[in-house]
Write a protein that binds this ligand. Structure first.
Ligand SMILES: NC(=O)c1ccc[n+]([C@@H]2O[C@H](COP(=O)([O-])OP(=O)(O)OC[C@H]3O[C@@H](n4cnc5c(N)ncnc54)[C@H](O)[C@@H]3O)[C@@H](O)[C@H]2O)c1
Length: 272
């Protein structure tokens, strides 16, 4: 009979007394001035991370998120950049060297590629601008940020990259979101491919595939699209931003070091 090897089964009996898991770690969460990103930023900060709260254009809501995090005893700074442009993405990357008074020396420990957009409507009526908008923000920016983050993380031999994809990233159960679906499938594939390259460097790359989550991006109650999405879940409701933040906290956690190339489904049974 196989003996239990205690060397590989050491129990963490001090679990509850441990310091916060992300203490002394720098996290960048794109699009964290509201919605899912704001919840992820707050959760990582509550668990000890110093968080860059990134916003697109107007700083007011990002500053509110920063204030809430600080009031709760956490650390956060707001940084603005339009990630639909190459210049904006470069400026966000450059800010990593400067945040928190340069305390992290250009290191980045956790990158959450969350910023994203969707435009509803028939594909045959979509514009060239809409292709660019979807692909630049939902795909190009995560790719550029991950390349920079991967180089920073490789220097320390550890890191976490988390891409917020979608339940629309592995299935197409509804019409009218074809471009969005195309970008989220791309992000799904990027996560898997990159995990192969960065895994040997001590960096994990995972995705989260949320189902319908109550945010400003999703349809409002009463909208036929809202009801259609509720019906696609087996739990019969929209998800809450905290339910996605919990998944991100897991993937970012040091204990998740054997989880790599996963696109974690958090969709209320949508794609079951
Ligand atoms: N809400 C849902 O049902 C749902 C489901 C699956 C996946 N997602 C994904 O979750 C992520 C967050 O979505 P959300 O629901 O919180 O949406 P949201 O609209 O509330 O937040 C989107 C964030 O992206 C940022 N953003 C938008 N345009 C930008 C730009 N040009 N440059 C930089 N940042 C920009 C916004 O400032 C905002 O912080 C997105 O990637 C979305 O595709 C959402």
């Amino acid at each position: 009979m196989r003996k239990t090897c205690i060397r590989y089964a050491t129990l963490n009996l001090k679990g509850n007394k441990m310091s916060k898991p992300f203490e002394n770690k720098l996290a960048l969460v794109t699009g964290s001035s509201r919605g899912i990103g704001a919840a992820i930023a707050a959760r990582l900060a509550a668990d000890g991370a110093s968080v860059i709260v990134h916003y697109a254009a107007s700083s007011a809501r990002a500053e509110e998120v920063v204030e809430q995090i600080r009031k709760a005893g956490g650390q956060a700074e707001a940084v603005g950049a339009d990630l639909s442009s190459v210049e904006g993405t470069k400026s966000l990357i450059a800010s990593i060297d400067k945040v928190f008074g340069g305390k992290f020396g250009g290191r980045l420990d956790i990158l959450v590629n969350n910023a994203g957009t969707v435009e509803y409507g028939p594909f045959l009526e979509s514009s060239d601008e809409s292709y660019d908008k979807h692909f630049n923000l939902n795909v190009r920016a995560p790719i550029a940020l991950s390349k920079d983050a991967g180089k920073r993380m490789a220097k320390t031999g550890s890191g976490r990259i988390i891409n917020i994809a979608s339940a629309f990233g592995e299935a197409a159960p509804l019409p009218g979101v074809t471009l969005y679906i195309a970008t989220k499938f791309a992000l799904h594939g990027f996560t898997r491919g990159l995990s192969r390259e960065l895994g040997p460097l001590g960096i994990t790359v995972n995705g989260i595939q949320p189902g319908p989550i109550d945010t400003e991006l999703s349809p409002n109650p009463g909208d036929p699209a809202y009801d259609a999405m509720v019906k696609l879940t087996s739990v019969g409701r929209f998800g809450r931003v905290n339910e996605i933040a919990a998944a991100a906290a897991y993937l970012a956690h040091p204990d998740a070091s054997f989880t790599n190339g996963e696109n974690l489904t958090v969709d209320g049974g949508w794609n079951a």
